[in-house]
Write a protein that binds this ligand. Structure first.
Ligand code: 3HC
Ligand code: NAI
Length: 708
């Protein structure tokens, strides 16, 4: 035994209680399996004990294997397997009852299935989420789960990684009893009921397994769905292969097949990238000069100014989190349009089964449309989402300064404007911050939190914490033009246009990036967002551009022709009434003519050049942003791109991807682009420094953390 696992006895002395105590989530770190094994031996050796209950201390049962250990294993450290422990539990002479609250995830569920019985609190969740880390269950999960819940459900749980509620798990046969109230007391009394009876071993069950042939259609459908819904990911297919192995091999052979697939996945670049993303999503919450203990401002009521595309979505985000919202616009007409859109969005969610009608009715009650600032004195935070224009924003912030109570947070959803300038329109710039939601705000997970020069630490801490409550990933960024995400998106989309102007087909550019793993190609994304948005911004900032530097022209000319993208049914593509895109020969001809007039030589461009030009444009700008301190860490940029821009999580984000390719290679390629294209491709100094020192962006992050 050790301090991670404790053994005690119930007051009647006949049930052993084995408590796993490895905060915060009882991961199966080194010492935990050994502790459980020793506790099982001790209870088997104690003649007064009839059965054991295994339970987790604190907020959860067991969240799985310790994910930090995987990095050590792939870096050449010792290989650890949970399988021997699980067999040891299953072979225990006395029955073992697993008592689950919180989560039994991954290795946690595998541990639970090695017990002879499982009881759970009704709020518990169980699941095999390993695919989200690019791996598959590695301790018999793909072999035991189909024996308990059947092949179809096991395939779904292992390949999709979604958790299952305790009540669903009980219906499936994965949980033997739900326990309301005191879980430990319920588990102990359950243990007494089953003590002395033959203890079922999951690995010996065969009833629900069937044959491979019987489940052939299930496996085929699962593979088909994985290829579509989890495009590019290898782990879901490996998980399906492993469950299939359970239907044709013995338990032992099945575990060997699972172990082979697990190892293949664990050592893949995809898994390393997804593990980077797992820790990265938690790392971004850590702000060196805003410690965890920073006081936060309670946010119980909010207001949103502007009920347009973004304001309406933001109001829904607050309402969905149970926070009442005032939604203000200038006149009845605008407000009605905004509220109608909200109702329509919610109705769609009900139709798609995402929300119940009752939930939606409650949410709608929480959004109060208003035409004046009368009730603004009662709110703790305002998010402004009016048209993008400095003069208007300043007027709105001056109004907010007048009507809101001291201490309230004044946030702007601006995507391009200077937060400090907006803040100066108030008498309290320390209360002003950017909260840059992404469209559609009620769907996209990313929230860029823009720190102004004077933003108070309490204001920053509150927004970071609030983002989690809103179901978002908040990433703190600095106040530069376009902040982090859009600043990088500029060079990325610039390259996409250059490529077309140099001879690439529109759809070839998009296809190459979709094949790379992006959710959409850059040109199709422009059509979706509206080409006119960037056009207007470019016109506004044109005076800031250095003369003599190559600028793309095709998109501006398309806009001059009224081709704004999907909303005008013509942009880079042509759209039918269902918004389905097709290639527009008119665009091809126009771009060829414009390029000839501009004297741009036309050539064949390979998909790999398309990818390198677009992705390295992101990386190079990302490196500048890091160097200038507008992003705290490279991983923050990765999390922004994965959650806000459809960058494939299995490549870990642009900066991690560059590390994986090798910074020397990336640097050299950028130098190759620099020669013909000039200043726009000047390698970022940080990239050059890291490449020359043989370092990575991950090394840069470690140095930042160490220096903080
Ligand atoms: N290993 C190591 N650390 C873990 C961990 C794990 N399995 N799960 C969570 N943590 C850490 C987090 O990194 C975080 O650390 P930090 O405070 O230093 O940032 C801390 O625990 C708390 O985690 P969260 O912030 O995520 O806490 P929440 O309460 O929001 O969520 C959770 C809890 C739902 C359990 C969530 O952490 C989670 O989903 N964890 C991962 C579950 C998982 O993927 N399990 C499978 C692991 S692989 C496996 O088991 C392989 C097996 O088949 C052999
Ligand atoms: P929108 O044009 O859809 O909506 C703006 C709304 O503000 C309109 O309903 C208008 O009537 C209202 N409004 C104007 N002046 C007002 C005032 N003084 N008081 C109250 N309401 C007023 O604009 P959208 O797209 O929602 O953009 C809003 C903000 O969000 C802008 O700053 C924009 O840059 C930013 N943003 C937009 C994104 C997008 O994809 N549309 C993405 C991220 C940020």
């Amino acid at each position: 035994m050790n301090n991670l696992v404790k053994i005690s006895k119930d007051k009647d002395n006949d049930v052993a209680i084995i408590t796993i105590d490895n905060p915060p989530v009882n991961a199966l770190s080194p010492g935990v399996p050994e502790g459980i094994s020793a506790a099982i031996d001790e209870m088997n050796g104690d003649p007064s004990v009839k059965a054991a209950v295994v339970i987790g201390a604190g907020r959860t049962f067991v969240a799985g294997a310790d994910i930090k250990e995987f990095g050590k294993m792939t870096a050449g450290g010792p290989r650890r397997s949970l399988l021997p422990l699980l067999l040891h539990i299953e072979d225990s002479g006395k029955p073992v009852v697993m008592a689950i609250h919180g989560n039994a995830f991954g290795g946690g569920l595998e541990l639970a299935m090695a017990g002879h019985y499982r009881v759970a609190s009704p709020t518990a969740q169980v699941g095999q989420p390993e695919v989200k880390l690019g791996i598959i269950p590695g301790a018999g999960g793909t072999q035991r789960l189909p024996r308990l819940v059947g092949v179809a459900k096991a395939v779904e749980m292992c390949a999709e990684g979604k958790p299952v509620s305790a009540s669903d798990a009980a219906t499936l046969g994965l949980i033997d009893r739900l326990i309301d109230g005191d879980l430990l007391a319920g588990a102990v009394s359950f243990a007494r009921e089953i003590a002395g009876k033959p203890a079922p071993k999951t690995r010996e069950l065969t009833e629900k397994l069937g044959t491979t042939a019987e489940s052939a259609a299930v496996f085929a459908a699962a593979r088909d769905s994985a290829r579509k819904k989890q495009r590019g990911l290898k782990a879901p297919l490996a998980a399906i292969d492993a469950v299939e192995a359970a239907t044709r091999l013995s338990f032992e052979e099945g575990c060997q097949a699972e172990a082979r697939l697990f190892t293949e996945c664990l050592f893949s670049d995809q898994s390393k990238a997804l593990i980077h993303v797992f820790f990265g999503e938690r790392e971004v919450a850590k702000i060196p000069d805003v410690p965890k203990e920073t006081p936060v401002i309670p946010v119980n009521r909010v207001a949103v100014v502007g009920s347009g595309t973004m304001g309406g979505g933001i109001a829904m985000v607050f309402a969905n989190a149970g926070i009442p919202v005032l939604l203000k616009d200038v006149d009845e007409l605008a407000l009605n349009v905004g509220m109608d859109k909200i109702r329509k969005n919610y109705a769609n969610s009900v139709q798609r089964g995402r929300f119940t009608q009752a939930f939606v009715d409650e949410r709608l009650q929480m959004i109060k449309p208003v035409l004046n600032y009368d009730a603004f004195s009662e709110v703790d935070m305002v998010v402004e989402a009016v048209f993008e224009g400095m003069a208007l924003k300043k007027t709105v912030f001056a109004d907010l300064d007048r009507v809101c109570r001291r201490g309230a947070i004044l946030a702007s959803n601006t995507s391009t404007l200077n937060i400090d300038e907006i803040a100066e329109a108030t008498s309290r710039p320390e209360a002003v911050i950017g909260t840059h939601f992404f469209s559609p705000a009620n769907v996209m997970r990313l929230l860029e939190i823009v720190r102004g020069k004077k933003s108070r630490k309490e204001v920053i801490a509150t927004c970071m914490q609030l983002s989690k409550k809103l179901g978002k990933i908040g990433v703190l960024v600095g106040n530069c033009r376009g902040f982090v995400g859009n600043r990088m998106f500029g060079p990325y989309r610039r390259e996409a246009q250059f490529l077309v102007e140099e001879g690439a087909e529109v759809e070839a550019v998009d296809k190459a990036l979709v094949e790379f793993g992006n959710a959409m190609g850059p040109l199709a994304t422009g059509d979706l967002a509206g080409l006119d948005v960037g056009w207007r911004i470019r016109k506004e900032y044109r005076h800031l551009e250095k003369p003599g530097i190559r600028q793309p022209f095709a998109e501006d000319r398309l806009c001059e022709m009224g081709r704004y993208g999907q909303k005008t049914v013509r942009g880079w593509y042509r759209y039918d009434e269902n918004r389905r895109a097709s290639v527009d020969p008119e665009v091809t001809a126009l771009v060829r003519k414009w390029s000839a007039d501009a004297g741009i030589p036309q050539r064949q461009i390979s998909p790999s050049e398309i990818v390198d030009r677009c992705i390295y444009a992101l990386v190079n700008e990302g490196a500048r942003i890091l160097d200038e301190g507008y992003a705290l860490r490279a991983v923050d940029i990765d999390i922004i791109y994965i959650n806000g821009y459809g960058f494939p999580a299995y490549r870990g984000g642009p900066m991690w991807h560059a590390d994986t390719v090798g910074l020397q290679k990336v640097y050299q390629r950028i130098c190759e682009f620099h020669r013909p294209h000039g200043e726009i491709w000047e390698p970022a100094p940080l990239l050059q420094r890291l490449a020359e020192a043989g370092k990575t962006f991950a090394d840069f992050d470690k140095e930042q953390v160490a220096a903080a």
